[in-house]
Design a protein around this ligand. Structure first.
Ligand code: SAM
Length: 265
């Protein structure tokens, strides 16, 4: 059984590696292999069943002790995953297509994303935090024929993402924009909205979305609690007058889970 000391030592080692690798990104592929290795190790760490058991047995006081480190790792790993997507986009430009474990994980999740609220060819899907390698828009558009719009606050992610879509998604109805939800006319038309798990303010944005969306919209909030909160921003309570939780899709083998919300009418 993994002890608190062992856990803390592993986590501090990850924090040190993430810290180093994040500042090394220089728009080349020089440090890509190293980052990919650490992210894959980290993905395995947060999904390992024995780590989950050990984590669930931690006492409240032990968790409180770890809290600053958990916050730091969540922030650092989000940054490093965004960089890993940049590397993957740059590799594609170099003609190299490679799917790391983390990406397989996301790809496998897409079929389950909306539970009983399936995406059809008539759906209008909006992704908040589309990233530099927009797998979610590509897979949804390819599998369902739906229109997909992705937004991101990072200009480089939009530029790289558009090149990826040009290369892998020719003929698909995908648009990427560096726009805020309130400045995008599509927000009102969207039937399905997905939040990337590593968007830090996703629950503030969900609250804001209540006034910006139509009555039928379904929101898939990717999140991670407990052990998975090391790699994801966790689930939060919503304003009960605005959003109700209609499903909670738990995926033990995957890095994040999915909470589905509908509007309280
Ligand atoms: C790991 S990535 C994208 C997920 C992945 N490409 C997918 O298709 O599921 C997360 C992205 O969210 C973006 N992001 C973070 N906060 C955001 C916000 N408030 N609004 C929009 N994008 C945001 C980051 O810039 C980053 O590119």
């Amino acid at each position: 059984m993994i002890t608190l000391i062992h856990l803390e030592t592993r986590l501090r080692a990850f924090a040190e590696q993430f810290g180093k690798l994040a500042v090394r990104y220089d728009q080349t592929l020089k440090h890509s292999e190293e980052l990919e290795t650490v992210i894959n190790e980290y993905s395995r760490f947060v999904t390992a069943p024995d780590h989950k058991i050990a984590w669930d047995m931690l006492k409240q006081v032990e968790l409180e002790e770890l809290e600053p480190l958990i916050h730091q790792l969540r922030h650092q790993s989000a940054r490093c995953v965004a960089i890993m997507e940049k590397y993957r986009a740059l590799k594609l430009q170099d003609g190299e297509v490679q799917i790391a474990d983390y990406f397989k994980n996301i790809e496998e999740c897409i079929d389950k994303e909306f539970g009983r609220f399936q995406v059809t060819s008539q759906s209008k899907v909006l992704l908040v935090g589309s990233g530099s390698f927009p797998m979610t828009p590509l897979l949804i558009a390819k599998r369902t024929g739906a229109e997909v719009v992705g937004i991101d606050i990072d200009a480089e992610a939009i530029t790289l993402g558009r090149k990826v879509v040009e290369t892998l998604g020719a003929g698909l109805n995908i648009r990427l924009e560096q726009l805020l939800l309130e400045d995008l006319a599509y927000t009102k038309q969207a039937t399905h909205i997905i939040f990337s798990s590593t968007v830090a303010n996703k629950y503030d944005l969900l609250d804001q979305l209540h006034a910006l969306t139509n009555e039928q919209v379904v929101v898939a909030m990717r999140y991670g609690d407990q052990l998975k909160s090391l790699f994801n921003y966790p689930m939060k309570e919503t304003d009960r007058r605005k959003w109700k939780l209609v499903d909670n899709i738990l995926r033990p083998d995957d890095v994040f889970d999915i909470a589905l919300y509908q509007k309280v009418l």
